[in-house]
Design a protein around this ligand. Structure first.
Ligand SMILES: [Zn+2]
Ligand SMILES: [Zn+2]
Length: 270
């Protein structure tokens, strides 16, 4: 039996438009894997293109259900309540209000929509090189960091490499060092962390998002806040490749991972 000491702080349930999972089934999966704790991070992606209602979140119902399940799992599994905010510069005010309005334990800020399009769809890459598309993605991350939206970690920082025609075959730090360095320095300067999203392993990258070289650089620049999340949308994906991720974090120079409760970071040894 594997014993995980890492919290899974990125998972979705039927409160997200792209998941059918019952929240209880996610917690049962986590308890079976002996996780110490989890955080629900359902989507709130305001102004999502073409399907504006797809990632709207019923905050009150999600919170009530989390509180109910927290009691059921008490003593077996810690259950936190968070959100994955889809960041776009023009909706920074709305996201900031959401962050202030609800008693989240943890907020992931993520770039899904870049200048009106999600790289999840192949059309994002049409008519230009993969490198141009990636540069636009990282530039959009910087635009979001230029707003004062409130979050704890930036989610799956190089999400775009999951979906490009070459995936991560031609991806290197050097290629985007100007943008990635500025992103990482800005995050560190603002006291924000990044997450290790093991969905990258599920996407066949052989790497999490972001890749090891981004994690290493974040550490070199003085970054210390890393959370780990499976981005599970179904119970079988909970704690996906967490043993691999823990070993990777150690090799990148980290000794701890971070758990957020009531928006406060706690550093737990890997
Ligand atoms: Zn995401
Ligand atoms: Zn997610």
């Amino acid at each position: 039996m594997e014993i995980f000491m890492i919290w899974d702080q990125h998972m979705h349930t039927h409160f997200s438009g792209d998941s059918q999972a019952a929240p209880e089934s996610m917690l049962s999966a986590a308890a079976e894997k002996n996780l110490p704790g989890v955080c629900f991070t359902d989507h709130f992606d305001y102004d999502y293109p073409k399907e504006p209602d797809l990632f709207m979140l019923d905050f009150s119902r999600s919170l009530r259900e989390t509180e109910r399940l927290r009691e059921i799992f008490r003593g077996r599994l810690s259950v936190c309540w968070g959100v994955e905010l889809g960041l776009q510069p023009h909706i920074a005010d709305i996201n900031r209000e959401v962050a202030a309005q609800y008693p989240f334990d943890f907020i992931i800020g993520s770039s899904h929509v870049v200048h009106g399009a999600d790289p999840y769809y192949g059309s994002f890459f049409e008519g230009r090189s993969e490198e141009e598309a990636c540069r636009e993605y990282f530039e959009a991350v910087l635009e979001n960091l230029g707003t004062d939206v409130d979050f704890d970690v930036y989610g799956h920082l190089d999400y775009i490499v999951r979906y490009g025609p070459g995936k991560n075959r031609f991806y290197s730090y050097k290629k985007y060092a100007d943008l990635l360095d500025e992103i990482l320095r800005t995050l560190i300067c603002r006291g924000k962390g990044i997450e290790v999203n093991t969905g990258g392993y599920r996407s066949g990258l052989g790497q999490p998002n972001p890749a090891d070289f981004v994690l290493t650089r974040y550490r070199q620049l003085g970054g210390e806040i890393v959370t780990v999340g499976s981005d599970a949308h179904a119970p079988e994906h909970v704690a996906w490749e967490f043993d691999t991720a823990a070993a990777l974090l150690l090799s990148c120079g980290f000794t701890h991972h971070t758990v957020f409760c009531q928006r406060k970071p706690h550093f737990l040894p890997l």
